[in-house]
Design a binder for this molecule. Structure first.
Ligand SMILES: Cc1cc2nc3c(=O)[nH]c(=O)nc-3n(C[C@H](O)[C@H](O)[C@H](O)COP(=O)(O)OP(=O)(O)OC[C@H]3O[C@@H](n4cnc5c(N)ncnc54)[C@H](O)[C@@H]3O)c2cc1C
Length: 326
C-alpha cells in the first residue's frame, strides 16, 4: 500500500530566525506554510544567553526566549510548525519532493531552505563544558565580543574569519591572544598583516589548546602547548573564542543545488533564488559573511516574497491547497 503523500504550497526547512521570518511572511501571504523545526528547534540562538543586537529588544533578550517569540508570531498567522528532520529531497521535477524522517513524503510547490550552519569547535571536554554553561566560550566575536570589553581573551584560528574576529575583538578587549596551530596563517596576506600590526593582539604560532580553564562556572584562562617543543603554559582570559570555521547544513541538497566549496548554497545575487526554480534559500545556509540573526531574518523575508512571486507567476499549475493524495 502506498504511503499518503501530502501536498504543500510552501515548505520551510528550519526553525531559526530565517525559517520563522519566512514563515511569518509566507503565512500572511496566504501560502499556508508548513515548517519543519529539525533537531534544534529555534536554531543556533537557543545556545546563547544574551542577544543584545537584535532590533526591538532595548534591554536584550535570551536566545531561547527570542526564538519562542518568533515561533509564536509565526503560529499566530497559522504556520503549521512541526517536529521532524528532512532527510532527503528530490528537486529534479516541477514538483519538489521532500522526505521527513525517511518516511513521510511531501510534494511542494515551493521550498524555503533555512537550515543554517553549525560552528565548528575543537571538541575538548572543557570547551564544551563552558560553552554549555554560557560561561565564556563563543564561536561568534561579533555576537559576544561586547561582553568582554576591557578584558583579556583568547581566540583560536588562522583563516580570514579568525583574523577578522581577532581584529574586531582587539577594539573591545584589553588584550587578544591568538593561537595559530601552524607556523603561519592560512589567511590572506592582507588579513594576516592587519592582525600582526595590531598592538594588543599577541600571536602564538605552533600553539594549540590543551584545556579551557575555569572555576566551574566561567572561564578563567586557557592552557596551551607548543606543538614543536611540547612546552605548556596558562594564559589568563575570561573569554575563549573559537574561529575555525562553520559547516553549513546543506548536505542533503548537494545533488540539486549549486554549493560553494565549503557547502554554502549559492543564491542568485540580490535574491533568495537558488539554481532550481521554486527552491529558495535564507539565513546562514547561504551566508558565510554576516552570519547574524537579523541578516538571517532579512533573507527569510526575501525568500518568502520571492516564493510568493514565483507562485503568482506560475499561476498554480499544481493544486495548491494543503491536501493529500494516495
Ligand atoms: C553561541 C552563538 C551566539 C550567537 N549570538 C548571536 C547574537 O547575539 N546576535 C546575532 O545576531 N546572532 C548571533 N548568533 C548567530 C545567529 O545565531 C545565526 O546567525 C542565526 O541563528 C542563523 O539563523 P538561521 O535561521 O539561518 O539558522 P539556525 O539558527 O542555524 O537554524 C537552523 C535551523 O535549521 C534546522 N535544520 C537544519 N537541518 C535541517 C533538516 N535537515 N531538517 C529540518 N530542519 C533542519 C535546525 O534544527 C535549526 O532549527 C550566534 C550564534 C551562536 C552559535
Amino acid at each position: 500500500m502506498s504511503e499518503t503523500i501530502e501536498k504543500v504550497k510552501c515548505l520551510i526547512i528550519g526553525s531559526g530566525p530565517a525559517g520563522y521570518t519566512a514563515a511569518i511572511y509566507a503565512a500572511r501571504a496566504n501560502m499556508k506554510p508548513v515548517l519543519y523545526q529539525g533537531s534544534q528547534p529555534g536554531g543556533q540562538l537557543t545556545t546563547t544567553n544574551e542577544v543584545e543586537n537584535f532590533p526591538g529588544y532595548p534591554e536584550g533578550i535570551t536566545g531561547p526566549e527570542m526564538m519562542i517569540e518568533l515561533q509564536k508570531q509565526a503560529e499566530r498567522f497559522e504556520t503549521d510548525v512541526r517536529d521532524g528532520w528532512i532527510t532527503k529531497v528530490d528537486f529534479s521535477g516541477d514538483i519538489h519532493k521532500v522526505w521527513v524522517n525517511d518516511t513521510k513524503e511531501i510534494h511542494c510547490n515551493t521550498v524555503i531552505i533555512s537550515t543554517g550552519a553549525s560552528a565548528k569547535y575543537l571538541g575538548l571536554d572543557s570547551e564544551q563544558k563552558y560553552l554549555k554553561l554560557g560561561g565564556g566560550v563563543s564561536a561568534c566575536a561579533v555576537c559576544d565580543g561586547f561582553f568582554y570589553r576591557n578584558q583579556e581573551v583568547v581566540i583560536v584560528g588562522a583563516g580570514d574569519s579568525a583574523c577578522e574576529e581577532a581584529h574586531y575583538l582587539s577594539k573591545l578587549c584589553k588584550k587578544v591572544t591568538m593561537l595559530v596551530r601552524r607556523d603561519e596563517f592560512r589567511a590572506s596576506k592582507i588579513m594576516a598583516a592587519r592582525v600582526k600590526n595590531t598592538e594588543n593582539i599577541e600571536i602564538l604560532y605552533n600553539t594549540e589548546t590543551e584545556e579551557v580553564l575555569g572555576d566551574g562556572q566561567v572561564v578563567t584562562g586557557v592552557r596551551v602547548f607548543n606543538n614543536q617543543t611540547n612546552e605548556k603554559h596558562d594564559i589568563p582570559a575570561t573569554g575563549f573564542f573559537v574561529a575555525i570555521g562553520h559547516k553549513p547544513n546543506t548536505d542533503i541538497f548537494k545533488d540539486y543545488l549549486n554549493l560553494d566549496e565549503t557547502g554554502y548554497i549559492i543564491n542568485k545575487p540580490g535574491t533568495a533564488k537558488t539554481n532550481v526554480e521554486g527552491v529558495f534559500v535564507s539565513g546562514d545556509a547561504a551566508d558565510h559573511v554576516y552570519r547574524q540573526a537579523v541578516t538571517a531574518a532579512g533573507t527569510g523575508c526575501m525568500a518568502a516574497l520571492d516564493a510568493e512571486r514565483y507562485l503568482a507567476a506560475k499561476d498554480a499549475t499544481f493544486e495548491v491547497s494543503t491536501s493529500t493524495y494516495n
